[in-house]
Design a protein around this ligand. Structure first.
Ligand code: GTP
Ligand code: MG
Length: 600
């Protein structure tokens, strides 16, 4: 397999029939990429079939050749100049282009936009320009093609240049060059044109050679999205291999690493390679695996970063530029799957900021959804915190895809972090409390009768059996004190209330959501509702607390290193006896005025 990592990837876009394939054919022919005699052979075949020769035919011819040696899909072709190798991505239409771009299948370093001199700027000329800018492709050259059809007229070239520059200005893009070309005649492709004397600028090949590759990637902060974790199984080996492909930067053995969003830390112990000796260093675009000095439990989807470098952002919502491809529109209140690097999570459309018609770039007012082919800005909220970068910083971890019904439904780039977290939950609670119909009995009256107030007590952090037993004993002890305590485990909430067939990640989120809603009802009814959940993270705690509001919550954390004793959290060190924990919880509940003095 050919190593293509250092090739320059160029995407060629433009309105239908403006000459993309012809220009690529010319590039292949005029840079001597074609096998000996191929051009003649195709010309001859056309002559025999009385069919006019087209340079675009060369693409098909070359595809046949390339299929024999290297993997190639329909949209790519390879050629080289004296400076370097190129991969040209010819997107058959902008939908395919978008799909390829947002999945990363066609991460382009630069773009050529082809505009037909005779037809002038068309809908897709603009739409594609906008999409390039949205995808963060900054090196863009405009080829004004078929200049032969307008008699190599400078005025027409100038007019198109002016109009397109004005358009690009509105979206904050500056083209690196405008080149008058004729794909058919070969003018200004690999050779200078004799027909266009008024033009003194560079030709297409020169332009390609002056684009920069993404060598920059190496100099950015280290990011390795974790794809998989493999356990060594032989000889009681407890090591784990953390595998992934480095997105940017580099790291070496001994470096201190941090995994985000979990925040877990360790050190790189070794860098393993498949069927190759170990290495000392890993860098951008290498698929690799590392072992860590200290064994920590991490999950695929985390980002491995270096402790001393700039960290990615960790949040549950962000501002994004989005484009929608699916037939069913993107709507609020629906759960989608979001993929960003190796992270998979569920997400919702939290807010639509604007929806644009991509060809006109005029905003469609009052629209609160994205229909097929719409583009625009929005806030996306994820069900779990995720680690990401802004696309302007690191591209691969700043770009995402949205999946609906197992299909890519849309994609986008992250513009900035959103500070108003949990907008969806907050809004939900506001609405829920607004419509909540209360009876005549107030919380106080109920507390007077019960001799205690309602409280949601969540036990977490310990091992499952210990936690469950503790929760049940707490229920039992409180019950025997004539208090209305009620234990219900996590499994009941899931199974008892009916579960959807969904992924593990999804079901845990759903678990937490149901538990929170249920707690709001039970605590509202004046019960001391006790449950136990394995390893709750800060985000999940936050969610439970919000869902249970306006009623109170108390987290009991077991096996904690750092002890907390606040109005909503009480923690215990390792090996603390069950009895003592219960005693302390009862003291705490009294202190919080949940249960009366005579109980303790
Ligand atoms: P799609 O892939 O269908 O979007 O089209 P395309 O942009 O790849 O255009 P293609 O290269 O197939 O060219 C369309 C037509 O324009 C063909 O008949 C070409 O021969 C013709 N054409 C392309 N470039 C030139 C040019 O520089 N001058 C003239 N006169 N015709 C051209
Ligand atoms: Mg074509």
């Amino acid at each position: 397999m050919t190593d293509t990592t250092n090739n320059l990837k160029v995407v060629i876009v433009g309105h239908v029939d403006h000459g993309k394939s012809t220009i690529i054919g010319r590039l292949l022919a005029d840079t001597n990429t074609l096998p000996e005699g191929k051009l003649q052979e195709i010309k001859e075949r056309c002559r025999k079939n009385a069919k006019p020769f087209e340079y675009a035919f060369l693409l098909d011819a070359l595809k046949d050749e390339q299929k024999q040696g290297i993997t190639i899909d329909m949209a790519r072709c390879f050629f080289k100049t004296s400076k370097r190798n190129y991969i040209i991505i010819d997107a058959p239409g902008h939908i395919e282009f978008l799909k390829n771009m947002c999945t990363g299948a066609a991460k382009a370093d630069a773009a050529l936009v082809v505009i037909d001199a005779k037809e002038g700027i068309q809908e897709n000329s603009k739409r594609h320009g906008y999409l390039l800018s949205m995808l963060g492709i900054k090196q863009i050259s405009i080829l004004v093609n078929k200049i032969d059809l307008v008699n190599y007229d400078e005025k027409i070239f100038d007019a198109i240049k002016k109009e397109y520059t004005e358009f690009l200005n509105t979206i904050g893009v500056t083209a690196v060059s405008y080149i008058p070309v004729s794909g058919r005649g070969g003018d200004n492709i690999a050779q200078e044109s004799k027909n266009i004397e008024w033009y003194n600028g560079i030709g297409v090949v020169e332009q390609l050679d002056s684009f920069h590759t993404q060598a920059m990637k190496q100099s950015k902060a280290f990011r390795m999205p974790i794809q998989d974790i493999y356990k060594f199984t032989e000889n009681n080996d407890s090591r784990r291999l953390i595998a992934g492909t480095v997105e940017s930067g580099s790291a070496k053995v001994g470096d201190k690493v941090i995994f985000l969003p979990s925040g877990k830390k360790s050190k790189i112990k070794s860098i393993e390679n498949f069927n190759k000796p170990k290495s000392e260093k890993i860098s951008a675009e290498n698929a690799t695996a590392v072992t860590l000095s200290e064994q920590i439990y991490i999950k695929p989807g985390e980002l491995m970063c270096l402790e001393q470098e700039t960290k990615p952002l960790v949040a549950t919502s962000f501002f994004a530029n989005i484009f929608w491809l699916s037939k069913s529109p993107m709507i609020k209140g629906k759960t989608y799957k979001l993929k960003i690097a190796s992270t998979r999570t569920t997400a919702e459309l939290a807010k639509v900021i604007n929806v644009l018609d991509a060809s006109e770039l005029s905003s469609i007012k009052e629209k609160q959804l994205f229909e097929r082919h719409d583009v625009g800005e929005c806030i996306i909220e994820t069900s779990n915190p995720i680690a990401f970068d802004l696309v302007s910083e690191i591209e691969g971890t700043g770009r995402f895809v949205i999946v609906d019904n197992n299909e890519i439904a849309g994609g986008g780039i992250i513009l900035k972090k959103c500070s108003s977290e949990n907008t969806i939950i907050k809004k939900h609670i506001k609405e829920r409390e607004y419509i909540w119909e209360k009876g005549y009995i107030t919380e106080q009256t109920r507390a007077l009768r019960n001799h205690h107030r309602g409280k949601f007590v969540v036990i977490t952090g310990g091992n499952k059996d210990f936690q469950n037993e503790l929760a049940k004993q707490l229920e039992y002890t409180l019950f025997n004190m004539n208090l209305n305590s009620y234990y219900m485990g996590m499994a009941n909430v899931y199974k008892g209330l009916g579960s959807d067939i969904c992924s593990n990640m999804h079901s845990r989120n759903e678990h937490i959501r149901r538990l929170g809603e249920l707690a709001r009802i039970l605590t509202g009814a004046g019960l001391i509702y006790i449950t136990s959940i394995e390893s709750l993270d800060t985000y999940e705690k936050n969610k439970l607390e919000k869902l249970n509001s306006p009623n109170d919550i108390l987290f009991i954390s077991i096996n904690e290193q750092r002890l907390a004793n606040t109005h909503k959290e009480l923690s215990f060190p390792k090996n603390f006896a069950e009895e003592d924990i219960i005693k302390n919880i009862i003291l705490k509940l009294n202190k919080l005025s949940i249960i009366p003095e005579y109980c303790i």
